[in-house]
Write a protein that binds this ligand. Sequence first.
Ligand code: ZN
Length: 99
Amino acid sequence: MADEDCYSRKISSEESKKGYIFVLKGRLSFFPPKGKTFTLSELQNEKRVKMESYHCTCRGPALPHKHYFIQWDGVQRGEKITITKDRKIAGRYFLVSKK
Ligand SMILES: [Zn+2]
């Protein structure tokens, strides 16, 4: 699958602990704009979610930046998730995970 058709990542321990999925800044355009709700479905589990962010100084106080994430409970460290778009229904996304 081409990179622009999906968003994949391996869940880190931080994401697993906090119950969210980080979205890299360069891939934000794959998702609806920040704050706009959209549907994310994994098997029988379907939820309204939105892109959120927090300010961070993990690269030092001189380089403040934001981290973007989608709240999604139950992700496990090391799990590989792939999010794809529904081609027929705008604002609907699917999540597939490989544990
Ligand atoms: Zn940071």
